[in-house]
Design a binder for this molecule. Structure first.
Ligand SMILES: C[S@@+](CC[C@H](N)C(=O)[O-])C[C@H]1O[C@@H](n2cnc3c(N)ncnc32)[C@H](O)[C@@H]1O
Length: 273
């Protein structure tokens, strides 16, 4: 049964990727002006190395760290058997947003002037560090269930001298509403944990209720499973959502009335490691 499920998912991923790719070609380059400008800003490679080189040095250190840690399992986990003990280097290799994704998150935050940022899923703190480096008075509220990962993440933030990050430790189901109660609004949300249909929809609903016209919401791993893709398809139909960019690995949602349309955009960065 487990094998059949895995194999179905494998075939689904291949066919869904082909589908995504063909649709991205057929949509062509005719896009709403807001989206065209946004894509131009977030996909171009204009980041000065100073913005990210130190974070990538830390990522490389983590990629070489053989330490075994006892990991509590939160959310949907992976399709492989969830090990209780994992090496830090495996987490750094397999569970974190890749450098190209982190650069897009950074540029998106910069482009939209995001000040209040929420990240669901800190892990070792790499994507958090990118978001905290925006350097324009922003605060990143990041959430993680695993105690040992929050300890690692704190070390990462200290080593990068990032002091605009607040970590909430515990299940998103309880920690997220507690923080949202205190915030007047959220400018930027990155949903990167608990990849189940119900949880993803629930977190989106909580976050969209705290978002304004200028806010963006990023959903990671939208093709990770059929249920994640179903969640994405439903979420982009929400009445507050004006436009979306589906980059296959993740999707960006815009609430800005100037934005319109739903676009699948293929970028060769998808194959970057
Ligand atoms: C994919 S990792 C985050 C990666 C990180 N954003 C990055 O790109 O560097 C997802 C994290 O979310 C955490 N997580 C998943 N579901 C959770 C839940 N319901 N409550 C708290 N933490 C959860 C996991 O422990 C895991 O560390």
């Amino acid at each position: 049964m487990f094998f059949v499920f895995k194999r179905n998912n494998f075939f689904w991923r291949i066919t869904s990727f082909l589908n995504f790719f063909i649709k991205s070609l057929s949509q062509g380059k005719s896009r709403n002006v807001f989206i065209k400008k946004m894509l131009g800003s977030i996909l171009k490679m204009d980041l000065k190395p100073g913005n990210y080189i130190k974070i990538e040095q830390v990522r490389n250190l983590l990629r070489g760290n053989p330490e075994l840690i006892e990991l509590e399992q939160f959310g949907a986990g992976s399709f492989n058997k969830n090990p209780k003990e994992v090496q830090v280097k495996d987490i750094a290799e397999q569970s974190l947003s890749k450098p190209w994704q982190c650069k897009i998150l950074f540029r998106l935050g910069r482009e939209t002037g995001a000040k209040t940022i929420i990240e669901l899923g800190t892990s070792l703190g790499i994507s958090t560090s990118y978001l905290a480096s925006l350097n324009h008075g922003s605060t990143v509220y990041t959430f993680e269930g695993s105690h040992v990962l929050t300890q690692y993440a704190r070390v990462v933030f200290n080593s990068l001298n990032l002091n605009n990050i607040e970590i909430s430790e515990g299940n998103f189901d309880t920690t997220l509403p507690e923080i949202l109660k205190k915030l007047p609004h959220v400018d930027f949300s990155f949903i990167d944990g608990n990849h189940t249909f119900e949880a993803t929809k629930k977190y989106f609903d909580w976050l969209v209720n705290k978002s304004s016209d200028h806010s963006v919401i990023v959903m990671d791993d939208i093709y990770w499973s059929k249920e994640m893709y179903r969640a994405w398809k439903e979420i982009i139909k929400h009445p507050k959502v004006k436009a979306s960019i589906n980059l296959y690995k993740f999707g960006i949602i815009f609430l800005n009335p100037k934005a319109a349309g739903h676009y699948k955009v293929f970028t060769k960065n998808l194959f970057d490691i």
